[in-house]
Design a binder for this molecule. Structure first.
Ligand code: FUL
Length: 475
């Protein structure tokens, strides 16, 4: 019989989920006919002749995203309007009917190739809701159409790291609704791209519940299985289906998805890490009127620190304009984000400096010294005793700005409560207390001047398994 702790920590991530969580920060690119109609949702009646991004330069996108420190790009290959950015064999409603490159263009191919060359991973957004396709709402025939399109995207464009399934769902061109055959879609993805995560309306990555960039104070990766079903229930029914939408809203508002109290009566648990998706501008698609509304650096780095630094990943949308280019102000903001991240996290004081000790001492091969390197090694105490105390002794005093902690996710998410102390005026002073660590916890320190820090793990599911500890000085 499992103890309650064992029941929780036996839930661990699939390798594809670990790979995505490791990426931390990646881009959404929303681009389609909406860019040319100045709308956020097309209705499917758009004439493909309006799509002509004459200066499209996917290399410019990739450069700007890499400058920001991002590791991947997810492109809206088809949004709700049904227009395909690749020449799909299954519809004429695509780039092939547009003036772009005389109808011989393939935006998906260009972006996938630029990502490959630039070293970004490539992912696809394919909207199940299709307001153009006459088969929509016919059941299996539309599922066939959708699976055919998925197959094109997952076989012709190299390795795909993520398939992002949107929850937005309404009627098709005939006013009919479609009940998606999710299991068939998932099976297609697993067969063609076993390394790809399926996000949001899928089993691998959980929507954080809002598009503003907010995270919960404790974002757990081990959650009830029904969290996955909620998204799908909502998107399998019409927007007018009150019960499903009430349910979805409720989940979004729920603050505690994974404390041991919240999980106590749940029959089935899954590894389902959170992703925060938000846009660099108010809208997802480019609108000239929003050229002056690129969000301030401080706001974006705050979201980064609370999402990437709060056991979630950050998916930041950038919108190319009608030329097919990111605007200079967006490029500049992306560069500023990258510069901020390099300045703040570029130099871990523990790399050349300081010592790490722990009580209880680590198991052989899992001593506290492992925490210095951001590799697979991890510290695990040899005895089951709480609190676990890890002490950092630096060679000299410094004004400390950030502390970063990471758990070894392969052993699940274990830490439930911790505190951080700084040695000031001959004594320990508690600087902060927190709950979840998970993939990464970024802890702001109030620029405290010290040469000694202590992390105390106060509550844990079994013995903790910490993978990394980084200390960063103020500029
Ligand atoms: C939503 C969509 O309706 C928006 O247009 C956008 O694609 C966003 C990321 O997801 O559900």
């Amino acid at each position: 019989m499992n103890t309650p702790d064992e029941r929780l920590i036996q839930v661990t991530p699939a390798p594809r989920q670990v790979a995505l969580q490791e990426m931390e920060f990646y881009a959404f690119v929303h681009f389609t006919v909406n860019t040319f109609t100045d709308r956020e949702w097309g209705d499917g009646t758009e004439d493909p002749s309006i799509f002509n991004p004459a200066k499209l330069d996917a290399e410019q996108w990739v450069r700007a995203l890499k400058d920001a420190g991002m590791k991947g790009l997810i492109l809206t290959c088809k949004h709700h309007d049904g227009f395909c950015l690749w020449p799909s064999k299954y519809t004429r409603h695509s780039v092939a009917s547009s003036p772009y490159k005389g109808g011989r263009g393939d935006v998906v191919g260009e972006v996938a190739e630029a990502c490959r060359r630039g070293g970004l991973k490539f992912g696809v957004y394919l909207s199940p809701w299709d307001r153009n396709q006459p088969l929509y709402g016919t059941g299996e025939p539309y599922d066939d159409y959708f699976v055919n399109q998925l197959t094109e995207l997952l076989t012709n464009y190299g390795e795909i790291f993520d398939v992002w399934f949107d929850g937005a769902c309404g009627e098709g061109p005939n006013g009919k609704q479609q009940y998606y055959d999710w299991e068939r879609y998932y099976a297609t993805i697993r067969a063609l791209q076993p390394g790809a995560c399926i996000s949001v309306c899928g089993p691998d990555v959980r929507w954080c519940g809002n598009e503003a960039g907010d995270t919960r104070p404790s974002e757990w990766s081990v959650v009830p299985r029904r969290m996955m079903d909620t998204e799908r229930i909502a998107s399998s029914s019409q927007q007018t289906d009150d019960a499903a939408f009430r349910q979805k809203k409720l989940t979004a508002q729920m603050q505690d998805l994974g404390s041991r109290e919240a999980l106590a009566d749940e029959p089935e648990l899954i590894w389902y890490p959170a992703e925060v998706n938000t846009s660099i501008r108010p809208g997802w698609f480019w609108h000239e009127s929003e050229d002056t509304q690129v969000r301030p650096l401080a706001e974006l780095v705050d979201i980064y620190e609370k999402s990437v630094g709060g056991n979630a990943t950050m998916l930041l949308n950038v919108s190319p304009d009608r030329d097919g280019l990111f605007r200079p102000q967006d490029v500049q903001r992306l560069q500023e984000i990258g510069a901020y991240l390099r300045r703040t996290y570029g130099h871990n004081l523990l790399t050349e400096d300081g010592t790490l000790t722990a009580v209880p001492a680590g198991l052989p091969g899992h001593e506290a010294a492992c925490l210095r390197a951001e590799d697979e090694s991890y510290y695990q105490p040899a005895a089951e005793a709480l609190p676990v105390e890890i002490t950092v002794q630096l060679d000299r005093h410094a004004a400390l700005h950030r502390l970063v902690l990471r758990e070894q996710l392969r052993l699940s998410q274990r830490v439930e409560r911790f505190a951080v102390d700084a040695w000031v005026q001959d004594g320990w002073q508690q600087v902060t207390e927190g709950t979840v660590i998970g993939n990464k916890k970024i802890i702001p320190l109030p620029d405290v001047i010290t040469d000694r820090l202590r992390v105390r793990v106060l509550d844990s599911r079994g013995v903790p398994a910490l993978r990394f500890l980084g200390v960063y000085a103020a500029e």
